[in-house]
Design a protein around this ligand. Structure first.
Ligand SMILES: NC(=O)c1ccc[n+]([C@@H]2O[C@H](COP(=O)([O-])OP(=O)(O)OC[C@H]3O[C@@H](n4cnc5c(N)ncnc54)[C@H](OP(=O)(O)O)[C@@H]3O)[C@@H](O)[C@H]2O)c1
Length: 505
């Protein structure tokens, strides 16, 4: 085979270590920074994947010195690190930790931040490279971006790189996401913008591409000729935790459908990319998102629900309207399901059923391809009573793996065919534990690898799907379901209308 000179010649089995750089986290005292980002930084350091010349900068309002910040970072990392705690790793990291105090509207604080980055070039040899993580309320994005523009911190010039990481939600509808994209793109160059959808950092989501494009077995049947329907589920057993204000303004469709579920749909339905690169994968995903169609009959094929008091794992669970901080007459949905189409030759006529909800019976995320029944069964009807459709299920979490469901003969002298399952479990096949999604994605940001980050056009194409749904739902009341049940009855009726049933994972 003649090698393609456009392909990346690096050996991917070698660990990839970023160039010298700094990671600046805005909102360092917040929930996400403490639970995910700081532990991820420690885990990367522990795995030897941070450059020797590295600095971690926190920015927040409280009156702290570098030592106070180092103590918070240590506690947060220690509490949630994935890899074993090693004091010497932390000690090395702690020597590179800096804190800048200030509010986002404080010009002096940003001047101080720019000066600190300059100093770190001399003291820590970071080479002028920096990634800025906006782990802050979305309403604060514009002020922080403008501050970075004003101080010249966003300029990737004179041999240095400057990148920005934007957390979801990327806007609340198409218009606001366009506005945000325009602002971000006016401050940073497009290739320096990393929009985090942490689902794409999960090993099994990436495995979807390996499963499809590294094997001969699956791809030939991965089409509407053989696939009857696709079900994509992200179910949570938890409620809204302490995030009532955020959730009241957001709801399940904006929180999960717009990003995680549509990204999973795009990866499931996309064509093979020309090569495994950010540009090519994003191009294929975008084509799918642009081809997504909503059902004409939204009344039947789009369902929103809200959990009421119920029981989960033997414990009483409060109803959504009784949660602290939630309006007693709230019409925010905690469950959303919709039947989408993908208008391409491969998928024409195949329904993609997407659902997400809180306080469902268990935490599970999966993509299930449900195949058509065999066109002819040379058995008596009674022999195949227990035979369902073949299914290929990619389990994103928990129990990461793949299950194939097919018919098999039941042992005995009669010809009886019944469904059986064949399971591949990540945890059993591989001894290496998978990195946390944030660990993987943070490393990719520092390496400048944007493969797993949606680009602005994908975000806008996703909002173009969600906006009409939100318009249709505006002013309506979500259907109730009891905590611990698989969503409202209307969601079951939605599939029953077409002779199908939701999987019970
Ligand atoms: N938490 C999650 O699990 C999660 C999951 C997915 C996405 N996200 C996204 O991640 C981002 C951060 O979420 P979060 O839950 O970590 O939020 P959070 O707990 O409310 O933290 C917000 C942070 O922003 C800082 N901040 C707010 N206003 C400021 C100002 N005017 N000047 C300086 N600092 C200010 C706060 O610092 P102070 O200490 O000074 O108040 C705090 O560190 C949001 O965009 C969210 O949508 C979060």
């Amino acid at each position: 085979m003649i090698s393609n000179p456009l392909r990346d010649p690096r050996d991917r089995r070698l660990p990839r270590v970023p160039e010298p750089c700094a990671l600046v986290v805005f909102g360092i005292t917040g929930d996400l920074a403490r639970k995910k980002l700081l532990p991820a930084v420690y885990d990367l350091a522990n795995r030897g994947l941070l450059p020797t010349n590295f600095a971690l900068l926190g920015f927040a309002r409280r009156d702290w010195g570098d030592e106070d910040f180092a103590e918070l970072a240590r506690e947060a990392a220690r509490k949630a690190a994935r890899t074993p705690w090693r004091e010497e790793v932390w000690e090395r990291l702690a020597g590179s930790v800096r804190f800048v105090q200030g509010s986002f509207d404080d010009d002096n604080a940003f001047d101080q931040l720019a000066a600190t980055l300059g100093e770190l070039e001399g003291t820590h040899g970071i080479g002028g490279n920096a990634a800025f993580y906006l782990s802050i309320p979305p309403a604060m994005f514009p002020v922080v971006l403008k501050q970075m523009q004003r101080t010249g911190m966003a300029d990737s010039t004179s041999g240095r790189w400057r990148r920005v990481v934007v957390e979801k939600p990327f806007g609340t509808d198409l218009a606001s996401s366009r506005e945000l994209n325009e602002l971000v793109d006016s401050v940073f160059t497009a290739e320096d913008v990393f929009r985090i959808d942490h689902y794409l950092g999960k090993e099994t989501v990436q495995n979807l591409m390996a499963l499809r494009f590294a094997n001969e077995l699956f791809e030939p049947v991965w089409t509407g000729h053989h696939v009857d329907s696709v079900q994509i589920t992200m179910a949570e057993d938890v409620g809204i935790g302490g995030r009532a204000q955020f959730y009241e303004e957001t709801g399940a469709a904006r929180d999960v459908l717009q990003n995680h579920l549509l990204q999973l749909l795009a990866l499931t339905a996309m064509e093979e990319p020309v090569e495994f690169s950010a540009e090519e994968i994003r191009t294929e995903k975008l084509k799918v998102l642009r081809a997504v169609s909503l059902p004409e009959d939204l009344r039947t094929f789009a369902v929103r629900g809200q959990y009421e008091q119920g029981w989960l794992a033997g414990q009483r669970a409060t109803g959504y309207r009784q949660e602290e901080g939630v309006d007693a007459r709230s019409t925010t949905e905690t469950y959303a399901a919709v039947r989408l189409g993908v208008e391409t030759r491969r998928w024409a006529g195949v329904p993609f059923y997407l659902r997400t909800g809180k306080r469902l019976p268990r935490r599970v995320t999966e993509i299930a391809l449900v195949f058509k029944q065999a066109p002819h069964l040379p058995f008596a009807d009674t022999d195949t009573e227990e035979l369902g459709n073949n299914q290929l299920v990619v389990r994103v979490q928990p129990d990461e793996g793949v299950t194939l469901k097919f018919g098999s003969k039941v042992p005995g002298s009669v010809m009886e065919v019944r469904d059986v399952s064949m399971d591949f479990l990540y945890g059993e096949q591989f001894t290496e534990a998978s990195p946390e999604a944030y660990e993987r994605l943070l490393l990719d940001v520092l390496l400048g690898d944007a493969t797993l980050f949606p680009r602005n056009a994908e975000v806008e194409a996703s909002w173009a799907v969600i906006d009409p749904l939100e318009e249709f739902w505006a002013g309506t009341t979500p259907q109730p379901y009891r905590a611990g049940e698989w969503g409202p009855r209307a969601a079951d009726e939605m599939l029953a209308a077409e002779g199908r049933r939701w999987r019970r994972p």
